[in-house]
Design a protein around this ligand. Structure first.
Ligand SMILES: NCc1[nH]cc(CCC(=O)O)c1CC(=O)O
Length: 324
């Protein structure tokens, strides 16, 4: 019997249940153990200001190391690139949507100043930078992610960003009780639990967090039976992509508030890698877009990091870290 540790939010339990079902479909019985995390208990402090890595993962790490659970299931983007001593990656499930989406506030009051919501909608779903005048109306958008804030302000410099915290259910409620235009969410988080509101807009132009939309299973190092069972539900293509994205992040990372984005996808025999570094105020952005042969994937993330440093990302990251 494999004991699967998970946070107790609806999304976390859904993800852990996926793992349980997959393991059981291959003949390994499993049960869920629900654990509360600091990231869920403190709903006021923005994540980047909590000052530590792994606010969502630490409690599960402790439960693993003290043998109260056998595996932990995480949204992979919440897992620090450096795993604690004694804990290893056991498997990555096939990635769902990696997009960020804008959920519109159903109670937002349109101003009577000629703001064209339909025109703005088509700007938002346009993957390319627009010619015209993007987002000249000063909207307020909610997110507590410095990465989303940076990319939003880079595209819509006149907008205001408000902080919003909590699991997806809490954030949807806060949005509907606010006067904000909308809030940014990971598509995967809402879609998995059937909460993606009709009319939400996929932000194709916004580059996701490394490993967004992927589910990671961790286990104790050397726990051979558990690691073997998990390896059978690993999705190799996803594992390659998220490894490249997290290698890129770990090569560049200086502080936890650095808005670094990355997305790797596999097409036939190549791995396409897109990465960016944007200053938190949105004024400066450096991007890379590279294609690597699939057999070079082990090095793809580091190669892309070297490329973006060549393009001048180093001083930008250093400047942001100094502002912490
Ligand atoms: N940081 C919180 C978090 N961690 C994982 C998800 C959603 C699922 C995913 O991206 O894999 C979310 C919610 C969000 O960003 O809106």
């Amino acid at each position: 019997m494999i004991r699967i540790g998970t946070r107790d939010s609806q999304l976390a339990v859904w993800q852990a249940t996926q793992v349980k079902n997959l393991l059981e479909s291959l003949g390994t019985p499993a049960q869920l153990e629900l654990v509360k995390s600091e990231g869920d208990l403190d709903l006021v402090t923005p994540l980047y200001a909590m000052g530590v890595q792994g606010v969502f993962t630490r409690v599960l790490d402790a439960a693993l190391l003290s043998n109260r659970i056998d595996v932990a299931v995480h949204s992979m983007k919440d897992v620090p690139v450096q795993l604690p001593e004694g804990i290893v990656e056991a498997a990555v499930l096939e990635r769902a949507s990696c997009n960020d989406i804008l959920v519109l506030n159903p109670n937002w009051q349109a101003p009577d100043t000629g703001f064209q919501i339909s025109a703005f909608r088509s700007q938002l779903s346009d993957p390319e930078t627009l010619n015209g005048e993007p987002g000249t109306f000063p909207l307020t958008i909610a997110t507590s992610s410095v990465r989303r804030k940076a990319q939003w302000l880079n595209r819509f410099p006149g907008h205001t960003i408000e902080n919003i915290r909590g699991n997806v259910n809490t954030r949807l409620r806060k949005l509907s009780e606010s006067n904000w235009f909308g809030a940014i969410f990971a598509a995967a988080g809402l879609e998995r639990i059937g909460l993606r509101p009709a009319g939400s807009i996929d932000l194709e132009w916004m580059l996701p967090a490394p490993a967004q939309g992927a589910i990671m299973i961790t286990a104790r190092k050397g726990d051979t039976a558990v690691l073997r069972a998990c390896s059978r539900i690993n999705h190799t293509g996803t594992a390659y992509c998220v490894k490249a994205e997290r290698d890129f992040l770990s090569e560049l990372m200086g502080g936890c508030a650095t808005p670094i984005s990355a997305l790797a996808t596999i097409h036939q025999n190549s791995l396409h890698f897109n990465g960016s570094v944007v200053t938190p105020d949105g004024t400066e952005k450096i991007e890379v877009a590279e294609t690597y042969a699939i057999d070079a994937t082990v090095a793809a993330g580091r190669a892309a990091a070297a490329k973006i440093l060549e393009k001048g990302a180093g001083p930008l990251i250093a400047k942001m870290n100094n502002e912490q």
